[in-house]
Design a protein. Structure first.
Lengths: 308, 367
């Protein structure tokens, strides 16, 4: 698969502060790639170096094989950007804003093309309203429409859903899904772990300027998360004894038996044996760590390490 | 649509949809013209002096008549029964003249004996106020005229008032309007540009613009074009109001337009320079006000610089708006194009220096 972004040992240092510290990663074309991290982790600095807005102290970043630091002008037509906390020009209507932004890429967009672009972000009904009267979600949608005027192959979305209500967030998720299905590579930074888990093909987690985890959401959960637990509701003492007979470590909580699972395929075997032994299981509940659980554990353990 | 026309069109729309922008460009100068015009254009130059005559004799009546005949003083009678201090306080008077009880007898005694004390009336008021000074001058004039008449002496010399050939036919508004035009050029360009720069920086528009194909100089050029067009329209509107409402006879020359362009260029540059170091809009407004507001008053927009104390005149010489105002008066009122060109050169040179500094210091990216 073609690489959209290749970052190699990239660093940004401000005095004594290593805002971005020797990071490397790769984003495949057509993927949704999420860069996660708490405030001050170095996400925005990284994104702004990729967008050509800041020069790296060392290392390189290539987008579609072009060195960003030295050749961003060659990338302008291929890249779209929605910055953090985007606010549209208040006294322009969405249709005018899209036309204006197109002109800044030397594109002559017709009214119809502008309308179509706004329709793609579900803003047709608001295209004639001054942007200052749009809601937070509508403003971000307009920002995405503006970022798409040049039909970019790569779209940077820096915290696109921060501060939005749940409905507006879901709408934007849907929009990101649609863009991905059309082949656009999306580089997403977000605070919301559920968002990253749902939308991303690949995730990198940053902490103190470094990438501390990298992989698909499932890979990260499996690698860094705790083992899933299965609760056999109502299995009682009889169920506990039966499982222990099979050398399965289990605990009893009220009348429920809780088992930590390393291989989910084992669950079916247990159920057969419990059934044979006449143990009645009223319900089976499986709990596994979410990306958010993993993220919080990682940050906590890193803090602990730093304290020690 | 090219990026230049695109940016021009978008900025023109944003500017014309800004209520503050339209207020400062069109309404504020009209308000100033109408208010100042109403206050000073129709001035009769008479001072009303409330007079309390405690004497009532022939000399005091003749003195009051002499005051009225100056044409400068309008006498208003305070009843003799009133306590003058209480009357002044109750009627919030800033000036009052009292003719004492023995005025006529003192007058007659002095007429027959030059060694006798003078007949004396008292002018009450605040000597620092211009109305007091005017009243004092006029009453002294009346006293002298009456004394000459009684002494049977005639004047042997006089000073005749004659308007300068260059200023002939011009009224107060002719001299006032160039200052208002200069002030408008300064406020619109400086305040808006400072505001735009801080707004674009705080909202990240500069960073976004840097990812597009538009160049910094193109972005600056579109701002200059829009401001120049709007300020030219403002000039024409203000001038029309001056002519129609106050009978102004000064003229708009080609150099007037040159001053509008040069002034817009200068103050856009200054606004950009201020805006380079400011990240939030509130600070931008505060700093633009701190610079623009004193400059408005010290550069002769409303008052003649010649009436300022010498140290303020020295300060005014360092303010670019002074040269814009002076140049506009030179070309519109006095027809002195040589002096106007010199002032234009100063405005342009300062503008270029500020623009070079602003371009160098202003970065769309952030480090």
């Amino acid at each position: 698969m073609r690489a959209a972004i290749v970052v190699d040992r990239l660093s940004k240092i401000y005095g004594d502060i290593r805002a971005v510290d020797d990071i490397s990663f790769k984003v495949e074309a057509g993927q949704v790639f999420s860069l996660l991290g708490h405030n001050g982790a170095g996400k925005t600095t990284t994104v702004e170096m990729l967008e050509g807005l800041r020069n790296p102290t060392s290392g390189t970043a290539h987008i579609f094989d072009v060195d960003v630091a030295n050749g961003y002008s060659k990338l302008r037509q291929k890249v779209g950007i929605l910055p953090q906390d985007f606010e549209p020009f208040e006294r322009l209507k969405p249709v005018e804003a899209v036309e204006y932004w197109g002109s800044l890429f030397d594109l002559k967009l017709t009214k119809q093309q502008c309308s179509d672009l706004l329709a793609s972000v579900d803003l047709s009904h608001r295209q004639g309203v001054l942007s200052q009267h749009l809601s937070g979600g509508e403003k971000r949608k307009l920002g995405i429409a503006m970022a798409m005027v040049n039909r970019p192959e790569l779209l940077f979305l820096d915290e696109p859903t921060t501060g939005l209500d749940p409905k507006a967030r879901r709408d934007l998720w849907e929009l990101i899904g649609t863009l991905k299905s059309k082949g656009t590579t999306i580089f997403l930074t977000t605070h919301y772990l559920d968002e990253a888990e749902v939308l991303s093909d690949h995730i990198a987690i940053m902490n103190k300027g470094k990438i501390v985890a990298d992989g698909s959401p499932m890979e990260i959960i499996q690698k860094f998360g705790r083992r899933p637990t299965v609760t056999l509701v109502g299995a009682g003492t009889k169920g506990l004894e039966e499982l222990r007979r099979q050398d399965v470590e289990a605990t009893l909580k009220n009348e429920d038996v809780i088992v930590s699972v390393s291989d989910p395929s084992e669950i079916a075997n247990w159920m057969v044996r419990l059934n044979t032994a006449g143990v009645e299981v009223k319900d089976l509940q499986i709990k596994r760590d979410t990306l958010e659980d993993v993220f919080l554990q990682m940050i906590a353990s890193q803090k602990e390490e730093a304290t020690q | 649509m090219s990026r230049l026309t695109g940016d021009l069109k978008a900025f023109a729309k944003m500017f014309t949809r800004s209520k503050a922008g339209l207020f400062f460009t069109f309404l504020l100068p009209i308000l100033f013209i109408v208010l100042f015009g109403a206050m000073f254009s129709q001035s009769t130059n008479t001072v009303t002096i409330p007079v309390q005559n405690l004497d009532g004799g022939q000399a005091s009546i003749s003195f009051m008549n002499a005051l009225n005949q100056t044409g400068v003083i309008h006498v208003q009678i305070i009843p003799a029964s009133e306590d003058l201090n209480t009357y002044i306080k109750d009627h919030s008077l800033s000036i009052a003249l009292q003719i004492p009880q023995n005025f006529t007898s003192d007058f007659s005694r002095r007429m027959s004996n030059p060694q006798a004390p003078l007949a004396t009336a008292t002018l009450y008021g605040d000597p620092t106020k211009s109305t007091y000074q005017e009243a004092q001058g006029a009453t002294n004039g009346a006293v002298e005229a009456m004394s000459f008449h009684l002494a049977n002496v005639t004047s042997v010399m006089e000073v005749q008032a004659q308007a300068l050939p260059s200023a002939k036919g011009y009224n107060y508004m002719d001299l006032f309007l160039p200052g208002i035009i200069g002030m408008t050029v300064m406020t619109v360009s400086l305040y808006s540009m400072t505001n735009i720069c801080s707004n674009y920086r705080s909202k990240g528009y500069f960073k976004l613009l840097s990812t597009t194909t538009i160049r910094k100089y193109e972005w600056m050029l579109t701002k200059f074009i829009v401001y120049s067009v709007m300020l030219t329209a403002s000039l024409l509107v203000s001038y029309s109001v001056g002519v129609l409402a106050f009978g102004m006879t000064s003229s708009i020359t080609l150099l007037t337009f040159a001053f509008i362009l040069a002034g817009a260029f200068l103050f856009i540059s200054l606004g950009m320079l201020i805006g380079t170091g400011i990240k939030d809009e509130e600070s931008g407004v505060a700093i633009a006000n701190a610079i623009g507001f004193p400059m408005m008053f010290l550069s002769g927009s409303f008052f003649s610089i010649e009436s300022f104390p010498s140290f303020l005149q020295s300060v005014a010489a360092f303010l670019p708006l002074t040269y814009l105002n002076n140049g506009l008066r030179d070309t519109m009122v006095y027809g002195n194009d040589a002096s106007a060109l010199l002032n234009l050169a100063v405005v342009l040179v300062v503008g270029v220096v500020l623009m070079v500094a602003a371009s160098r210091l202003m970065s769309w990216k952030e480090e």
